[in-house]
Every structure is written in structure tokens, then in C-alpha cells.
Design a protein around this ligand. Structure first.
Ligand SMILES: [Zn+2]
Length: 204
């Protein structure tokens, strides 16, 4: 039930210069390890945003992100289960691929099973897309402040965008992002959306 959200990563470049968080390339150097974990930032309530990288491929980076909405707990469970599976068996990752797992973009929301982050912003409306709006569309109506105080105003979104653009994108031929959402949270089906750094796409 996550209509109307747009994550247009192709437009994120426009916002990059306005972003201040940073991760360094060296932070993700694998040191020969097929599995590396990295804290890319923190939530409003200072919970860690942890990404696990699995694989060595330099062709396609596939970034799987769960719990953009905190009440969609099954998306967290799914991405975390995939993370555990591939971390235990990195040999399953095709040679040209590297997988990145961020099970929870909205850990504060998960803690209380709430859609929004602790600033009462819908993180799925906060990405710096061309059509970002402060007063964004909920499932039924426009809600004042739903999109945040500005594009990528929220620390969770800012950290993720900077991670994608500064840490992941320069290192791969292409980047694919799959954001998982529940069709009927908190116990309903999941529906992965996807995007890339080159192809504008609306996810759900
Ligand atoms: Zn959702």
C-alpha cells in the first residue's frame, strides 16, 4: 500500500552536492573478505544503518533494502534472511555481481512498528527525486510535512543516497536497487520495487 512513491535515483545526482554525510571508498574495501559489514549512518534515534556486502564482482551492484516503512516488518525479515543466506554462502553470488543488503532503512520505525521515521516523515517520500514534495501523498490523501523539510532531509535517506552515489556507484558498471514493501502491512505480501542509477523508476 505504498502508492505514488518515487525513487528516481537518476535524479539523485542533482542532490548530491547538497548532502553532507559521507562514506569512504576505503570503508568498503574488502581486504580479501567476501563478506564485509559497514555502518553507513544512523537513524534519527541513533540506530545504526548497517549494510552487508557480499561478493567481489565489479559488473552489477545489486542493493536490497527492506523496511523503508517500519510497519512492513516482513520486508526486514526477508532482506535479513537473504543477507544471512548469502553471507554464509558467498560462493552463490554470480561472479560479476556484488550484493549489498540493508535490511532496515527505518530501524526507528521497526522498533515501534510505525510507517514513519521519528520525525514523522515517510522515508519513501523523502528521496531527492525531481518531484519531491514537502506535503506528500499518503495512501489516501496529501499529508503536510510527509516528505520532510527538504529532499533527503532525513538522516536515513541521506546516508543511503550518499552510500549509493559515493561508495557503490563509482565502483560498478551498473547499480540496481531493490526496495521491498508490503502490500498489506504488517502481515501481508511483499512486493519488491527496483530502480537503477540510470533508469528512472517508480517503486511502490
Ligand atoms: Zn512500504
Amino acid at each position: 500500500m505504498c502508492h505514488k512513491n518515487i525513487i528516481r535515483l537518476s535524479s539523485l545526482v542533482l542532490a548530491l552536492t547538497a548532502l553532507s554525510a559521507s562514506t569512504s571508498m576505503s570503508a568498503l574495501e574488502t581486504g580479501g573478505n567476501a563478506v564485509v559489514s559497514l555502518v553507513i549512518g544512523h537513524s534519527v534515534e541513533n540506530r545504526q544503518l548497517t549494510v552487508t556486502r557480499v561478493g567481489f564482482g565489479k559488473g552489477t551492484a545489486c542493493v536490497l533494502v527492506g523496511a523503508v516503512h517500519g510497519e512492513e516488518v516482513n520486508t526486514f525479515l526477508c532482506v535479513d534472511a537473504l543477507r544471512e543466506k548469502y553471507a554464509a554462502h558467498p560462493e552463490l553470488v554470480p561472479g560479476s555481481f556484488t550484493l549489498f543488503f540493508l535490511p532496515a532503512l527505518n530501524p526507528d520505525g521497526i522498533a515501534v512498528k510505525r510507517r514513519l521515521n521519528s520525525h514523522e516523515v515517510d522515508l519513501n517520500r523523502n528521496f531527492p527525486s525531481k518531484d519531491w514534495l514537502a506535503d506528500a501523498f499518503d495512501m489516501k490523501r496529501t499529508v503536510k510535512g510527509f516528505g520532510g523539510t527538504g529532499p533527503a532531509s532525513e538522516p536515513e535517506v541521506r546516508a543511503f543516497v550518499v552510500f549509493l552515489l559515493e561508495t557503490v556507484k563509482p565502483d560498478f558498471e551498473e547499480v540496481r536497487v531493490m526496495a521491498f514493501h508490503s502490500a498489506a502491512p504488517p502481515v501481508g505480501y511483499m512486493q519488491p520495487g527496483h530502480s537503477s542509477l540510470t533508469i528512472p523508476h517508480s517503486n511502490t
